[in-house]
Ligand binder design. Sequence first.
Ligand code: UD1
Ligand code: UDP
Length: 364
Amino acid sequence: MSVNFVTHVTGARPNFPKAGPVIRALSALGIQQRLIHTGQHYDDKMSEIFFRELELPMPDQNLGVGSGKHGEQTARAMILLEEEFLANPPSLVIVYGDINSTVAASLVAAKLQIPVAHVEAGLRSFDRAMPEEVNRLVTDQLSDLLFATSPDAIAHLANEGVDADKIHFVGNPMIDTLLANLDKATLDLRSFDFAVPEKFAIVTLHRPSNVDDESLSREIVDALNEIAELIPLVVPLHPRGRAQLEALGFGKSENVHLVDPLGYLDFVTLMRNATAVITDSGGVQEETTILNVPCLTLRKNTERPITISHGTNRLVEPSDLVAEVNKVLFGKASDPIYPPLWDGHAGHRIAKVIAEFLPSLIED
Ligand code: UD1
Ligand code: UDP
């Protein structure tokens, strides 16, 4: 391999739809790439299915980092990423989002004096109890190229003293993937291996703030069980919260269809057909904005306020959830205003900036 290549580091489910468009656009410019999967997520439905469905290249290495406490998981990723970057020194490391693998790769690359590009820079919930917020702050401070998905992100980075020359407003590669796959996500609802009700709402939950705390989980489960009497719920449940939510009686009602995590195409098919989505996912807030499906986010804050100002998203307390679902069921939908540059071309914009930053990548 030539000495001039970039290395992508991915680790968990939301990374894959963000990385795909960047990998493809860099390939189109003839830039050589390595793809490292830390293995933070490892179940087929949390990881490999995305490579198949999104036609991503298989990783050059899977580091098999797996699950663990924050320090443990991040440290394991750092040790193995350091070996990888020393054995195969890239000209640039590209990291995605806000997971532990993202901050691990940024720390290791920065110490080895390898430039870092952060895709989805500058998002802030201003809530440091959220592990992702810590990852975002550190990653952005260490990055040399900061790719912002929304104007508020640029303002946050400026406030934190990041040099304006490093910040690039490029749009949202996760939306590139959504738009590119809409044709494939028209699967017949009857083809699912569970009975999808004719009218339904989707629920996804995995934030520690919702699924680790028993009393809050109980409040959420009670509200969802009440909502299931109004509209059936389809719940592809992340492994993190599953045991706790089931122990609290979630999934017992015949109106609650609790299933394993779904592959991307099945999940997008369901979102497109859903009357509403109840979630604490970051990516789902963005995708529902573009699909124009009402999104009720079970969180006190969001690092993606553009999905509220320009989308279908609303922040909801568990105590207000039933009333908010009723508003969706009986209210009037408003016309969508889409966030700027969420147009399917973010990957190309990112690749262009990278090629300008490191012209030697394409001169060889
Ligand atoms: C991680 C990210 C979060 C992101 C989410 C996407 C961090 C700090 N958090 O949270 O930002 O929104 O991924 O889904 O990086 N597990 C499995 N199989 C898997 C993966 C995980 O069973 O393939 C279970 C394990 O019990 C594990 C738990 O899920 O302990 C949590 O996994 P982890 O990657 O640590 O955090 P997530 O909650 O998935
Ligand atoms: N997703 C999926 N199957 C599911 C749930 C989510 O394919 O059962 C997709 C979703 O469309 C989005 C991404 O996973 O592209 C979001 O990941 P997640 O909610 O795990 O993480 P977050 O975005 O909150 O970091």
